[in-house]
Design a protein around this ligand. Sequence first.
Ligand code: SAM
Length: 266
Amino acid sequence: MYDRYHRNIHYLRISVTDRCNLRCKYCMPEKGIKLLRRGDILSFEEIVSFTKIAVENGIDKVRITGGEPLIRKNIVYLIRLLANIDGIKDLSLTTNGVLLNEFAKPLKDAGLQRVNISLDTVDPDRYKEITRGGDFNRVMQGIAAAEMAGLRPIKINCVVSKSSDEPDALGVKAFCNSRKCNVRFIHQMNLETGEYAPVEGGTGGNCKICNKLRLSSDGNLRPCLFNDLSFNVRKLGSVKAFQMAIEAKPECGTKSVQNKFNVIGG
Ligand code: SAM
């Protein structure tokens, strides 16, 4: 469906949990966040029912994110339900990769097409530091499992603080070249002050071609990461929330106090 600025909005990112098994410094406070109550989190039935409405209205690309989506209970079953919706051409998931060794094959079998894996360094000590305790070896096993399972093309999301020439980023670039993974460098953003930049190697961060809507795990449909507008699918119903989000999608991002990467999924 086209918005007021003639952009074809066909990409829906669905955050399925606000919980995460890492505490990346730029994303989560060390002590974690105040978690949503279980009843506030959309059920699989609600997610699927909203997605069907979204697909009827032109969405053909769906990405599952979080928090960390692989810690949502029965995530493989949710993927199977979504994969069975006619009209989704591209079904993918963004993960930190820690649990991917266990989940890659079942996810592929359930109908997931590909994964984006977040990796900011290939130095195990730096990885532990950036993620506040993450085990680099588990991510390496996860990437290998995704390759084996055929979740391709694998894209690596690498957050950089200033430039893709930083030592950590160069290490990730070399690793990706050796593994034939695509790498995208995402400049560290600040939602509250409105600092954002185009993603290197990807299409994100460019308002003119933005094609996304984001559904948070508690049912808020947000037309822009850098804007506080949100339309709750439980309160408004899926059809109305979808229409209102499209109609309200701003021409350009400004800043957002309410959005949080750890809730809305980056
Ligand atoms: N847990 C999953 C993961 O790690 O990929 C999915 C959620 S995570 C919030 C999605 C993406 O957002 C990750 O690639 C992460 O690096 C990115 N992200 C988080 N905080 C960010 C920030 N302040 N600036 C830029 N990217 C950020």
